[in-house]
Design a protein around this ligand. Structure first.
Ligand code: DAH
Length: 340
């Protein structure tokens, strides 16, 4: 029996060199240590060993079993190490790692934040209104006559029930005054909708920021000061700002605001950037009627309003030539704002 065990040990020692992969190692293990393996079978012979020889033979059996188990374990480790070595082949561990892509706020969000933070410092608070509006809030209350071109079906998205998608954020002026007693000083960023052909300067959904300040004795001077401050904080304190007379149904007098900028490599020029004006007394009269009180009596309060397009602002700020880039979500474009 001792010789038999030695022979098995020898066989195991010489066979192990031929084991080159995991399935072969498993076969090897089963061949010697499995239920019907040679060592297991030899162990069954213990029954026939004379009693006095049992301790010696038993010890031998254990030695051989341990030896073969050790061989299997060693081989398994060697195979694993070889596998790791192949996997790492061709990998240069000294190369620097890949940087994770830096996140960025969308350029529109960035300009909106700049505008909001400048106006917050001047005491304005955020307000909002619905995007699905009534004709009253979008037009009538804003002193816009029924035959005004902006009310045309060709320019405005109407629903069958007479509601519409607001064409500007100016409707938030009305919503705010209907529910809030003066003084009010609000900004309302949000989406507006127009049936425009989409091209490099037009989208059918775009973003505006509306402002409204109503109190006793608000003057054109307040309007000018506030808006100059706003554009100085966005474009720099030396940026020239000018107010050009214009017409809007809901303000009187009305102005368009231009700022003078020098696009890279070009001559400085005036660029139109916002509309504004003193709230028309007809608007206040309409609010008094809706509210059923005289808190907005045009003899008691005055105010100014302004509205600007955020896409346009972003385009001017970063020299973006095509408005569609702002909605295409192309990483090559958006990635450039990561460190702005
Ligand atoms: N609602 C105007 C537009 O969409 C912009 C505007 C002009 C808003 C003058 C105002 C304003 O509040 O006073 O073109």
């Amino acid at each position: 029996m001792i010789e038999q065990l030695d022979a098995i040990h020898q066989e195991a020692l010489s066979a192990v060199a031929a084991v080159h992969d995991e399935p072969a190692l498993e076969d090897y293990r089963i061949h010697f240590l499995g239920k019907k393996g040679t060592l297991t079978q030899a162990a069954a012979g213990m029954r026939h060993v004379a009693k006095e020889d049992k301790p010696a033979v038993g010890q031998k059996l254990n030695q051989v079993r341990q030896a073969i188990t050790g061989l299997v374990e060693e081989r398994a480790e060697a195979l694993l190490a070889a596998k790791d070595a192949t996997a790492a082949k061709g990998i240069d561990l000294t190369l620097p790692g890949r940087r994770p892509q830096e996140a960025a706020l969308h350029p529109l969000t960035q300009v909106m934040h700049r505008g909001i933070s400048a106006l917050r410092q001047m005491g304005f608070t955020l307000a909002a209104g619905p995007e699905v509006e009534t004709e009253f809030h979008c037009f009538d209350a804003l002193n816009t006559p029924v035959d005004h071109p902006a009310r045309n079906e060709k320019d405005t998205f109407y629903f069958a029930d007479g509601h519409l998608l607001r064409t500007h954020t100016s409707s938030v002026q009305i919503r705010t005054m209907e529910t809030t007693a003066p003084p009010v000083r609000i900004i309302a960023p949000g989406s507006a909708y127009r049936r425009d052909e989409i091209d490099a300067t037009h989208l059918s959904v775009f973003s505006q920021m509306e402002g409204l300040y109503v109190a006793e004795d608000v003057s054109v001077g307040d309007l000018k000061g506030t808006l100059e401050r706003l554009f100085h904080s966005i474009f720099g304190p030396k940026t020239p700002v000018r107010f050009r007379p214009h017409f809007f149904p809901f303000t009187e007098p009305s102005f368009e605001i231009d700022i003078k900028l020098q696009p890279k490599g070009q001559e400085a020029r005036w660029i139109e950037i916002a509309g504004c004006g003193m709230v028309d007394p007809n608007v206040f009269a309409q609010i008094c009627q809706s509210r059923g009180d005289d808190l907005y009596d045009p003899d008691k309060v005055t105010g100014f309003a302004f509205g600007l397009g955020l896409e346009r602002l972003a385009m001017i700020m970063w020299g973006i030539p095509d408005i569609r880039w702002l909605i295409e979500n192309d990483h090559r474009f958006l990635g450039q704002f990561a460190k702005a």
